[in-house]
Design a protein around this ligand. Structure first.
Ligand code: ADP
Ligand code: ZN
Length: 809
């Protein structure tokens, strides 16, 4: 008989294994389909995925599959294999891994529309065909047909479909036409919601389903949520009351990336020398049948996009397909339009303004092979393309490629795994590659192609640094230096525009000496220490080293040792009160509210509604504003002192990228950096746009401290609303680790530590940080921790594990 091995779509880790079911003779069940199976002693019907079908004798009493959910497999063999890899790599359940791969829309109520393939009715036609012909192109809803032809409809239709006379399409219940749409977004984070769930505070499964959607999507149209079976307006209203979700009315304009078929700029430029060299190296790799990986390190403006496009053209010529990952699609409209003008309708763009229904349609289109190229953010790495030939990860250094929700996958790793399964080329591109990737390229583990000249022959902008210590000494207490102020006035007079950039996140709470620029750092860890206002101590959150706040600066004895704290809002005020009458736009999380807000502000700036755009790191990304001739980076060194070992790297990347925003048009650009630590090597290197100078200074420090790329970091995090319960648990995990593994030459196990952000939404958080050169080894340890804590009856404490976390806070 036929036996299917299935995994449950949802469920606890302890049920995360393969269960065998008999496939009844009347069901054609295939791997990659969803089914309903009776589960447990009560035979509750659960949704499950078939991962394997085999011919076998049933050796013990097996239950039967209850019914099929899908008529065809949603996942092919490749994706099933990939999901298994993910489950092992990210310590999630198999169902969670598969959940990443199918679009949320797959669970929505769909309607089947039946359409005739022949135009005109004829005499000898069956009544059902006549009815369909009459309906014409609109087709007839399946339910309506069922009412009219109650007997044996399914079999009749199957016969007609097999003969090619009829086609059946799926569609969603409604299409949106209004200009304004009510959108819903989550207010509490996923971890917190899961906690409520485990504490039994979430009474309705429909609410849980809605939250699942929202975490997956970030934001959903209310209309879409109402398509989830069982979800009504009342469901969402109740969630709103509880403070789990919020509403926002957003404009649904025309699809911003709608494809212009006759775009005139689809002409390919003649490649530059650098581009040609890159292509000569990379093209042959497309014909290979095993994983190839390379880093394309090209300065901003070197023309990486053109290299991507030509590689994809070649892949398509070879009958293969391509995925292009970008950090944030709404921030890369120019790049997207270059792709659409070259590939027309064969490209699918996965962006956040598509409704769930549209996204599901798109997914189906990709699955049916109607698309060769998919461009999108992180999750586009799961696009169901067949015969994948190349995956391109643009701006590969961006932290957004790593998911912070469970499963905490890194799209670059998943891309590598997919390329490995398909024998495809993985191309990582960046002007400021991550230290880890560059180290892999330098050591010869992956290919390295460098492009050092700009394709458009525009000079790099001129960069100046202003020493804010001197400003202070000369009596300027404002956040904007006199040089920058003068230039802002000049820019306004000339009818040009400026961008001011500030990384507020960096302003956490470190102590800075305003006389000499000294910042208190941990003697063991080389990260800045965090200022705790309550007890006036500074603490290293990597190793726990704690000292009281010194009365004066240990470096210069000055008394202006101050916790840093300021933001975009203060700068806005400073500029608005200026006599020059600046018109100012501010873009940060407070003003955009959601991802739909970006575009509005950017459009306003582009059309000249303001002289100055102020923002956090959002404004540093790939925008192209031809009229911007000045970029000011305020407190360029602020982000040096977050408690992340990557803070220097991030500083270099952000400053280099932000500087790249100036002088994109005809007029030359200039950049002004304001900093206290003007001698810092990351700032010096960023000023020269010199990645190699930065890298050669950074790498020995990483080696000395045993940070990536010389080791991997594993993190065990415990959170709890109860101080002593959480603390006891982390201590027990620590004891377990010390007894079972202990410190070795290769392995370091930190003490149990409070997380830098200790209380997050009423939950206290502790963690243990592990370091070891091998991910495989760390995975083994983390698996042990997960297994050990799974066995314990944890009241409200929760344990999570991660490897190479992107966010160390
Ligand atoms: P990067 O992504 O490396 O920063 P882009 O791909 O955005 O660079 O290219 C920078 C600019 O150079 C773009 O305006 C692009 O149109 C132009 N460009 C790229 N390749 C060529 C070429 N071969 N000849 C002329 N202009 C080019
Ligand atoms: Zn330390």
């Amino acid at each position: 008989m036929n036996i299917a091995s299935v995994v449950l779509s949802a469920g606890l880790r302890s049920f995360d294994k393969l269960y065998d079911y008999i496939i009844p003779d009347n069901l054609s069940a295939l791997p990659g389909m969803r089914v309903l199976v009776p589960f447990g002693a009560k035979n509750r019907l659960c949704s499950a995925w078939i991962v394997q079908v085999r011919q076998d004798e049933a050796t013990r009493a097996l239950k039967e599959i209850h019914s099929l959910v899908d008529d065809y497999p949603l996942l092919n063999q490749e994706m099933l294999k990939l999901s298994e890899w993910m489950k092992n790599r990210y310590l999630c359940t198999w169902g969670e891994a598969i959940g990443c791969m199918v679009p949320a829309g797959v669970n929505l109520t769909r309607q089947r529309i039946v359409k005739s393939c022949i135009q005109s009715p004829s005499e000898e036609m069956s009544p059902i065909m006549a009815r369909l012909c009459e309906a014409g192109d609109e087709g007839v809803l399946y339910q309506d047909l069922e009412r009219e032809f109650p007997d044996n409809l399914e079999a009749m239709l199957k016969e007609l479909v097999d003969k090619g006379l009829v086609e059946i399409r799926e569609t969603f219940r409604q299409r949106v036409s209004q200009k304004k749409q009510r959108a819903v977004y989550p207010v509490i984070d996923q971890a917190e919601f899961m906690a409520l769930y485990h504490e039994g505070q979430v009474k309705s499964v429909y609410q849980a389903r809605v939250m699942d959607f929202l975490y997956e999507e970030g934001m959903c149209f209310l209309q879409d949520l109402l398509l989830i079976p069982g979800v009504s307006h009342a469901t969402i209203r109740a969630m709103h009351k509880k403070g789990w979700v919020a509403y926002e009315d957003v404009d649904v304009e025309r699809d911003p990336f709608e494809i212009q078929e006759n775009a005139s700029n689809g002409i390919a430029p003649v490649p530059t020398e650098d581009q040609q060299r890159a292509l000569d190296t990379l093209m042959p790799l497309l014909e290979g049948h095993r994983l190839n990986e390379a880093l394309l390190h090209g300065v901003t403006g070197s023309g990486k996009t053109e290299v991507y496009i030509r590689l994809i053209e070649e892949a398509i010529r070879l009958g293969k397909t391509a995925i292009v990952l970008v950090p944030e699609i709404s921030l890369t409209p120019q790049m997207v339009s270059r792709f659409t003008s070259r590939f027309g309708k064969r490209v699918a763009i996965q962006h956040s303004r598509l409704s769930l229904g549209e996204r599901y349609d798109q997914w189906q289109k990709i699955r049916r092979g109607e698309v060769d190229v998919v461009i999108g953010v992180r999750s586009a790495v799961f696009a169901p393309l067949n015969n994948l030939g190349i995956v391109i990860v643009d701006e590969e250094h961006e932290p957004t490629y790593k998911s912070e929700n469970n499963p905490k996958y890194d799209a670059r790793h998943v891309a590598r795994a997919r390329c490995n399964i398909n024998g495809a080329l993985l191309l990582l591109g960046s002007a400021t590659p991550s230290v880890e990737t560059y180290a892999r390229a330098r050591s010869g583990k992956i290919g390295l192609i460098e492009m050092k000249t700009r394709a458009n022959t525009r000079p790099l902008p001129q960069v100046r640094m202003v020493d804010m210590r001197a400003e202070l000494q000369q009596g300027n207490l404002k956040m904007i230096s006199r040089v920058l102020e003068e230039e802002l006035i000049r820019v306004k007079r000339n009818g040009e525009q400026a961008i001011l950039f500030l990384n507020r996140r960096g302003y956490a709470s470190f102590l800075l000496c305003r006389d000499c620029g000294f910042v208190l750092r941990c003697p063991n860890c080389s990260v800045s220490m965090t200022y705790h206002r309550n007890d006036r101590h500074v603490v290293c959150h990597y190793c726990g080293y704690t000292v009281p706040v010194p009365p004066s600066c240990p470096n210069c004895r000055g008394v202006h040792l101050k916790p840093m704290g300021t933001g975009t809002q203060r700068i806005e005020e400073e500029l608005l009160s200026h006599e020059a009458g600046f018109r100012v736009l501010r873009m940060d999380l407070d003003t955009t509210g959601s991802k739909y807000g970006y575009q509005r502000i950017l459009d306003a700036f582009r059309t000249g509604e303001a002289d100055i755009l102020i923002g956090t790191q959002m404004v540093a990304k790939g925008h192209d504003f031809p009229n911007v001739t000045l970029v000011g980076i305020l407190a360029a060194d602020a982000m040096l002192f977050t408690e992340d070992y990557r803070s220097t790297e991030r500083t270099f990347q952000l400053v280099t990228q932000a500087a790249g925003r100036a002088g994109r048009g005809e007029k030359p650009g200039q950049v002004i950096l304001q900093a206290y630590n003007v001698d810092n090597y990351a700032l010096q290197a960023a000023m020269e746009q010199d990645f190699h100078a930065f890298y050669s200074r950074e790498i020995p420090i990483r080696q000395q401290l045993g940070y990536p790329p010389f080791a991997h970091i594993g993190m065990v995090m415990v959170s709890s609303t109860d101080n002593s319960r959480g603390w006891e648990l982390i201590i027990r995990i620590h004891q377990f680790l010390m007894e079972k593994y202990g410190q070795t030459d290769q392995l370091t196990i930190s003490r149990p530590l409070r997380a830098p952000i200790f209380v997050l939404r009423n939950r206290m958080r502790w963690r243990i940080i592990l370091k070891h050169p091998s991910t495989g080894h760390l995975l083994g340890i983390l698996k042990d921790v997960a297994a050990m804590t799974d066995r314990m009856k944890l009241k409200d404490a929760r344990v999570s594990v991660d490897i190479d976390p992107v966010n160390m806070l």
